[in-house]
Design a protein around this ligand. Structure first.
Ligand code: 16G
Ligand code: ZN
Length: 538
C-alpha cells in the first residue's frame, strides 16, 4: 500500500498529542494516528542509530482498561532520548492535521537529521494485555511499513521491563537471533538460584502473595515461578491474574490502587506475618504491604522502603569487601519520598541522597551521572538500582584477587549477582520483587522487621482540578513554585503552622490536574495542611 493509502486507513484528524513522561497516553479510540506516527519515529531512530534495535511498547500502565499508550525504547533499554520527544510530538500532530502536513513534516525531519531511509531499521514491538492492543499494534506496524527496509520482531505480550531487557539483549548479544522471551526468564532464574544458593536459602521467611493487577505481569510472573522451581512455587502465590477479562485490569487492585487507597486489593486475604505485593498493569512498578498481628492494620512498604532495604544490603556488602570508599553509593528520590526515609538514609545509613523531578528518566539520569551504584525509587514503587561499568570492573578484578578470603569473596560475588538480579534497563516489578525477597531472606527479616527500620511520617496526596495547570511552574526538584506569583510564600506560611511539616504543589505530567502533597507529625495535621494548601491552589 502507498504511504497515502496507509495514512487514510489508519489516521484520523483532530486530536492534539504530546509525548509526555511516559510516552503518548490517552483513550484508545484516539490513538491509531499516534501509533502510526510512532512506528515512523521508531524506524527513523533505528536508522539514525545505524540499524540498532529500537523498541516500541504499547501500554497504559496503571491507567483504566479503555486507555492505552505507546513509548519508544532506546537500544540499551533507556527511554527515548529527550531531544527526540518533540520529533515524536511534531509527527503525531502533523498526521492529526492532514496527509500533506505529515509528508512535509517527515521530509523536513529526514533532511534535518540527514537520515537515509533506504537503510535497514530493526524494530522490536510488544504490548500489554489490553483489548485495544492488537488494533493499535496493527496501526503501529502500518507506520513502520512505510519504509522499504524494516525488520520487525514482534514479542506479542510482554511486560514493559521485559521489552526493555530484550531490546538491550538484542543489541548486546553476539547472537541476536537467539534472543527470545525465554532469555528473560533464563537470566533472572539463574541469577536468583545462584544468589540464594550462596546464602543457603532453602525457604523464604514468609509467604508472598502477588497481586498482578489482572495485567500482563500475571502470566509472566507465573512463568518465572514455574521455571524457578520448588522454593518459589511453595512460597509465592499470584492472584488477580484475569488478563482475559479486560475490564478487570487495574480494577480495585494493582500497585496504584494499593498505594493511593492504602488498603488491600481485591481477592487478597491478609494474614499476619505474611508479605503481599502489587504490580501495576505493565509490571514496571511494585509496592509491598502486610497486616500486623496486633492491631490488624494495613502497612505499606513503598518505593522508599524498597530503596532503604536495598541500600542497607549494598552498603553492608561494600563495607565487608572494603569497597565503601572506592565505589560511590547513593540514593535518588523525588519530592514525594517520605521525610523519614530521607532522614534514615542520610543519618543512619550515612548514604548520600539526591532529589530530582518526578518521572523515571530524571531519577535514572541522576543515578547514572552521580553514583557508581545509584539506587532510585519513586515512592509509588517505580525504580531500580544502576551499577556502573566502574563497579563491574572493580568487582571483577577484586574477585580474581581475593579468592583466598572467603568472606570478602562472598560479599563481592553477592554484589555482582545483585547487579544482575536487578533489571539494569528500567524499573521491573518482577526483578525488583526478586531482589527484595532475596534481601529479606539474606537478612532473615519478616515484613514487620523490614517496616521497623523507620516510621513513615503521616502524609496526604490530593489532586486539585484547576483551569490551567501550566501556570504552576516549579523549581528545586518540584519542591517550590516559581509561579503563580506569591503562592509559594503562602504555602511556606501555612507550613510554619504545623510542626515538622512539609508541603509542595506540582502540575501533573500525566493528568490535567495539580497535585498537592503534605507531610506532618500526625495524620490529622497532614490532612489539614493538604486541604489548606489545596484551597490556596484553587
Ligand atoms: C509517569 C511516570 C512515573 C511518575 C508519574 C507521575 C515514567 C515511566 N512514569 O507515570 O514515574 O511517577 O508519571 O505522574 O516515567 P504525575 O506527573 O501525573 O504525578
Ligand atoms: Zn507501569
Amino acid at each position: 500500500m502507498s504511504f497515502r493509502d496507509l495514512y487514510e486507513q489508519y489516521c484520523k484528524q483532530g486530536h492534539a498529542y504530546t509525548y509526555g513522561t511516559a510516552g503518548f497516553r490517552a483513550h484508545n479510540s484516539v490513538l491509531d494516528t499516534v501509533m502510526f506516527t510512532t512506528g515512523i519515529v521508531a524506524v527513523l531512530r533505528s536508522i539514525y542509530l545505524k540499524s540498532k534495535f529500537v523498541g516500541v511498547m504499547i501500554t497504559a500502565s496503571h491507567n483504566p482498561p479503555e486507555d492505552n499508550g505507546v513509548k519508544v525504547v532506546e537500544p540499551y533499554g533507556e527511554m527515548l532520548v529527550q531531544n527526540w520527544e518533540p520529533i515524536a510530538t511534531k509527527l503525531a500532530n502533523a498526521a492529526s492535521s492532514s496527509f500533506t502536513q505529515l509528508e512535509s513534516t517527515l521530509q523536513s525531519i529526514i533532511a534535518e537529521l540527514n537520515i537515509d531511509t533506504t537503510q535497514l531499521a530493526n524494530i522490536t514491538v510488544a504490548r500489554d494485555s489490553r483489548e485495544s492492543g492488537p488494533r493499535l499494534l496493527a496501526a503501529l506496524k502500518a507506520g513502520i511499513s512505510v519504509f522499504p527496509a524494516v525488520k520487525i520482531i514482534d514479542f506479542e505480550l510482554l511486560t514493559t521491563p521485559q521489552l526493555h531487557f530484550l531490546v538491550y539483549s538484542l543489541n548486546t548479544s553476539s547472537q541476536p537471533s537467539q534472543v527470545r522471551d525465554s532469555t528473560y526468564y533464563d537470566h533472572f532464574v539463574s541469577i536468583w538460584n545462584q544468589l540464594t544458593q550462596l546464602y543457603e536459602v532453602t525457604e523464604l521467611p514468609f509467604h508472598l502473595t502477588i497481586d498482578c493487577a489482572n495485567g500482563i505481569g500475571a502470566d509472566k510472573v507465573k512463568q518465572l515461578i514455574s521455571q524457578a522451581g520448588h522454593m518459589l512455587e511453595n512460597s509465592l502465590t499470584a492472584v488477580n491474574g484475569e488478563t482475559k477479562t479486560f475490564q478487570l485490569l487495574n480494577e480495585s487492585c494493582g500497585a496504584d490502587f494499593v498505594k493511593t487507597n492504602q488498603t488491600f486489593p481485591a481477592n487478597c486475604n491478609p494474614k499476619p506475618s505474611q508479605l503481599y505485593c502489587s504490580f501495576d498493569g505493565d509490571a514496571d512498578r511494585v509496592v509491598f504491604y502486610y497486616v500486623d498481628g496486633k492491631e490488624n492494620k494495613f502497612h505499606l512498604l513503598d518505593g522508599d522502603k524498597i530503596a532503604t532495604l536495598l541500600a542497607k544490603l549494598i552498603a553492608d556488602l561494600l563495607r565487608d569487601c572494603g569497597l565503601s570508599d572506592t565505589l560511590k553509593l547513593g540514593v535518588v528520590q523525588t519530592a514525594y519520598a517520605n521525610g523519614s526515609s530521607t532522614k534514615y538514609i542520610t543519618d543512619k545509613l550515612k548514604i548520600p541522597v539526591s532529589c530530582t523531578k518526578t518521572g523515571v528518566k530524571h531519577l535514572h539520569h541522576e543515578a547514572v551521572s552521580r553514583y557508581d551504584i545509584g539506587i532510585y525509587f519513586e515512592a509509588n514503587g517505580h525504580g531500580t538500582v544502576i551499577f556502573s561499568r566502574e563497579f563491574l570492573e572493580t568487582v571483577d578484578s577484586r574477585l580474581q584477587e581475593t579468592s583466598g578470603n572467603e568472606q570478602q569473596y562472598k560479599s563481592l560475588l553477592s554484589l555482582k549477582l545483585l547487579s544482575q538480579l536487578i533489571n539494569q534497563t528500567v524499573g521491573d516489578a518482577i526483578s525488583d520483587m526478586l531482589a527484595v525477597i532475596a534481601t529479606l531472606s539474606i537478612f532473615n527479616l519478616k515484613p514487620e522487621d523490614w517496616d521497623g527500620c523507620y516510621q513513615d511520617l503521616p502524609n496526604r496526596l490530593t489532586k486539585v482540578i484547576v483551569p490551567d495547570r501550566s501556570v504552576f511552574v516549579s523549581t528545586n526538584a518540584e519542591r517550590q513554585l516559581l509561579s503563580p506569583e506569591g503562592l509559594q510564600a503562602k504555602i511556606d506560611l501555612l507550613v510554619t503552622q504545623f510542626p515538622n511539616s512539609r508541603s509542595f504543589v506540582r502540575a501533573s505530567g500525566t493528568e490535567d490536574a495539580v497535585r498537592v502533597y503534605a507531610e506532618a507529625e500526625t495524620t490529622e495535621s497532614a490532612i489539614e495542611l493538604a486541604t489548606k494548601v489545596g484551597e490556596l491552589v484553587k
